[in-house]
Design a protein around this ligand. Structure first.
Ligand SMILES: Nc1ncnc2c1ncn2[C@@H]1O[C@H](COP(=O)(O)OP(=O)(O)OP(=O)(O)O)[C@@H](O)[C@H]1O
Length: 323
């Protein structure tokens, strides 16, 4: 079997990443042989049903796995340096500076008792040796950059004084403060109403162009993917089952039966929603999955890979339950 080769221009490259989770004395594989890359200036969508491992993949990159989860195999390279190789020392150095993360719930991720301006520039001002005035000026500048009107007024506010959309902008300001090369976004617009979602998405588009950052963008919304992403990785049951550097090519001709089921669910409302629910409940149990050997992705075109699948998988994903 051919193995996937790392993209040469990738800023972030994840190869064969497996994560085990412990619940009591039982363990299972929560991520299984995950592989994906993000280049500078690329927006890669990361999709898959709930529980497929999207957030864990991002958390593993940031070294923020819950205490009962551990990386058991694989490499996470940032600019060709393995972040797992030195016990996390290099990761510690580049977390927030080289790679930053924007979480789904800014209300939880922000510190409620710290003024937003200070939160945005805390680390970066210290690294650059800024005094209080310079730090405040930088915070105001960053707030303006993420589209907060009258930033000098908001720099001294606390998170609870801001709307949900403003809080998400503050999170983004904090993520871009040190001009990271890669930004990991975990459903950053899910908690917001539709008009604010569109504004935040436009902000991400501008960041991609202006900063030249690579974005790994987790979403459930295939409309967002179609509008914003250049490339796409599809996860199912802890694995990357299909991906392409060319979003249009993948959408035009999905190779894996799960990707086909996912895309088929978009234009039709009846049926597929039920079907996707059915998939979640009848998917192989984690213990069963743990016994299956990890299988590498197979190249199936330029910049494109798919996981091997069987006729049984094909039948499983093709079921069309009546509503
Ligand atoms: N703290 C934990 N302890 C044990 N298992 C966990 C823990 N967190 C996640 N998992 C396991 O990892 C799997 C993947 O979780 P993850 O949060 O990455 O899914 P996701 O694709 O981001 O889902 P969603 O779209 O709902 O956010 C879960 O199904 C669960 O089995």
């Amino acid at each position: 079997m051919m193995h996937r080769t790392a993209k040469t221009n990738a800023a972030l490259d994840i190869e064969g990443l497996s994560v085990a989770a412990w619940i009591g004395d039982r363990s299972y594989r929560a991520l299984d042989n995950v592989a994906l890359s993000v280049a500078r200036g690329e927006a890669r969508g990361l999709v898959g049903e709930s529980g497929s491992g999207k957030s864990l993949t991002l958390r593993a990159v940031m070294g923020l796995l819950p205490a009962n989860l551990r990386v058991t195999a694989g490499a996470i390279r940032f600019n060709d340096r393995d972040l797992l190789a030195d016990g996390g020392k290099h990761l510690h150095a580049i977390r927030g500076t080289g790679i930053a993360m924007v979480f789904q719930e800014p209300a939880i991720a922000l510190n409620p008792v710290m003024k937003v301006g200070r939160q945005i520039v805390d680390g970066v001002a210290e690294r650059r040796g800024f005094g209080a005035r310079q730090a405040r000026e930088l915070a105001v500048e960053l707030l303006a950059q993420v589209g907060i009107q009258d930033p000098a007024r908001w720099v001294d506010a606390y998170p609870h004084q801001l709307s949900g959309g403003m809080r998400q902008r503050v999170m983004i300001a904090s993520a871009i403060a040190s001009k990271p090369e890669v930004i990991l976004c975990d459903e950053p617009t899910t908690a917001l109403d539709v008009t604010i979602q569109a504004q935040i998405l436009n902000l991400f588009k501008a960041l991609k162009t202006d900063l030249g950052a690579g974005l790994l963008y987790v979403t459930h919304d295939l409309g967002v993917v179609a509008e914003f992403c250049d490339s796409l990785t599809v996860m199912y049951a802890g694995r990357t089952v299909e991906q392409s550097d060319d979003l249009a090519a993948l959408i035009a001709a999905p190779a894996h039966p799960y990707t086909r089921a996912l895309l088929a669910a978009v234009p039709r409302i009846k049926g597929p929603i039920r079907r996707l629910r059915g998939l979640a409940s009848s998917a192989p149990s984690l213990t069963e999955r743990d016994q299956t050997p990890a299988q590498a992705l197979i190249p199936c075109g330029p910049g494109r890979q798919v996981a091997p699948f069987t006729a049984e998988d094909e039948r499983f994903f093709a079921r069309d339950e009546e509503v």
